[in-house]
Design a protein around this ligand. Structure first.
Ligand code: DOR
Ligand code: ZN
Length: 437
């Protein structure tokens, strides 16, 4: 079956394309991209004026919670949220129960993903057995089973020696080591960013240096081993400084930032709802200088990817005192509107850079297919409605959990449709003109 997406603005930085083009999809593959392509029996879909056709977005940091915490999320509900949020693929973190530290758990996740048959799922394995920070997991086994990276996310890799060994082994299999960068001694029992807001609210805080120490450690060990070190959910300006220096020195270090860290500051802990546990995540919302540093790193190219750290938690778990609530917020269905509103419409970046952050670079970092509309590539396509007014409604999220600080926010820019392997898996009910898709 052939479909011709006609007349949209195609933004495909991997091929240097930013302009009006047609995209021909043949079965599960991209067949051609060009001006005024012949119809040749294809079903024609006229892309509405102003809409943008991009290679499918890839969220490289998602907690799908299955196996073991299906009351928060499942592979099926999480991948439904992904396609509704414009993501054609997600990489899922190993802090499930049991931890994804062996081929059986990886196979289970992949079986659930095949059954759901929505967004593609790339499992990320654990660095250490049970993510306990003692014994290295069997990294060759994880690679064979289909894992694309390793991490002990939720916690930092326990010691510098373990991280060194992880980098050495993962390097042999061409996988990055992703670290939740944090110095545990400096974190202590902190639940917020150390600063004015934490002091005013009486909450124990952790400084940006807590994260930056982990970034420094990883960058030094990436240099030592020659392997690829990736910084998860970067939030502190000192971390960005270290990443920039590492890159300048030719070290294989990359980093991602989450939408909440380029949008919010720790002022959200005090207002509009004081002690709102939907403002509690790790790393925490930081002060304005850190948020602004993330924006500058996005603008100047030193940040590689936007990843959500989608961390679903049940209402009953979040509906407790701030210091007792679990860390994390959902992000799959708010990331694209936040990025369009805060980055593109704010004039900080243009669309090709956004596609780099959400598609090209995540594919490159994880070495997975996608990130391109080159003929022969999988037909994974995200269509944006950049001027659509989106009102975030927590209760209406596809995710099984609703823990978002963005409930009620109005944002400019949204997802019009999501196509995975040539199958249209999401069409935004409020956009007109995509019925043929
Ligand atoms: O906020 C967070 N939530 N940070 C993490 O590192 C883990 C995650 C989770 O699993 O809930
Ligand atoms: Zn983390």
């Amino acid at each position: 079956m052939k479909r011709l997406l006609k007349g949209g603005r195609v933004v495909d930085p991997s091929n240097g394309i930013d302009g009006v083009r047609d995209v021909l999809i043949d079965g599960d593959r991209i067949a051609a991209v060009g001006r005024d392509l012949p119809v040749n029996g294809a079903t024609v879909v006229e892309i509405p004026a102003g809409f943008v056709v991009c290679p499918g977005f890839i969220d490289m940091h998602v907690h799908l919670r299955e196996p073991g915490q299906e009351h928060k999320e499942t592979v099926a509900t999480g991948t439904a949220a992904a396609v509704a949020g414009g993501f054609t693929a997600v990489a899922c973190m190993p802090n499930t129960s049991p931890v994804n530290d062996n081929a059986n758990v990886t196979a289970y996740i992949l079986a659930r993903a095949a059954e759901a048959n929505l967004a593609r799922v790339y499992p990320i394995g654990a660095v250490s057995r049970g993510s306990k920070g003692e014994l290295l997991a069997d990294i060759a086994e994880l690679k064979d089973a289909g894992c694309v990276a390793i991490t002990d996310d939720g916690h930092p890799v326990a010691t510098a020696l373990l991280l060194r060994r992880a980098l050495e082994y993962a390097g042999m299999f061409g996988m990055p080591v992703i670290d939740h960068c944090e110095d545990p001694s400096l974190k202590g029992d902190a639940v917020a960013h150390e600063g004015y807001q934490a002091a005013a609210l009486g909450l124990p805080g952790m400084p940006g240096a807590c994260e930056a120490l982990g970034v420094e450690r990883g960058t030094l060990l990436a240099e030592l081993t020659g392997s690829h070190f990736h910084v998860a959910h970067m939030s502190a300006r000192a971390s960005l400084r270290t990443v920039r220096k590492g890159k300048e020195a030719g070290v294989r270090v990359t980093c991602e930032v989450a939408p909440h860290h380029f949008t919010l500051t720790d002022e959200a802990l005090a207002s509009p709802i004081p002690y709102d546990t939907n403002t509690k995540m790790n790393p925490p919302l930081r002060e304005a200088a850190d948020r602004d540093a993330m924006l500058s790193g996005i603008a100047d190219g030193s940040i590689d990817a936007i990843a959500t750290d989608h961390a679903p938690h049940h209402y009953d778990e979040k509906n407790v005192e701030f210091d007792r609530a679990p860390f994390g917020i959902v992000g799959l269905e708010t990331a694209v509107p936040l990025a369009l509103d805060r980055l593109v419409h704010a004039g900080l970046i243009r669309l090709p850079r956004l596609v780099e952050l959400l598609s090209v670079n995540p594919a490159r970092i994880l070495r997975v297919p996608g990130g391109t509309l080159v003929p022969g590539a999988p037909a994974d396509v995200t269509i944006l409605a950049p001027d659509l007014t989106v009102r975030v409604e927590a209760a209406a999220l596809r995710s099984r959990s609703k823990n978002t600080p963005f409930d009620g926010w109005e944002l400019r820019g949204g997802v019009a449709a999501t196509i995975v392997g040539g199958r249209t898996l999401f069409v935004n009910a409020v956009v007109e003109g995509l019925k043929e898709l």
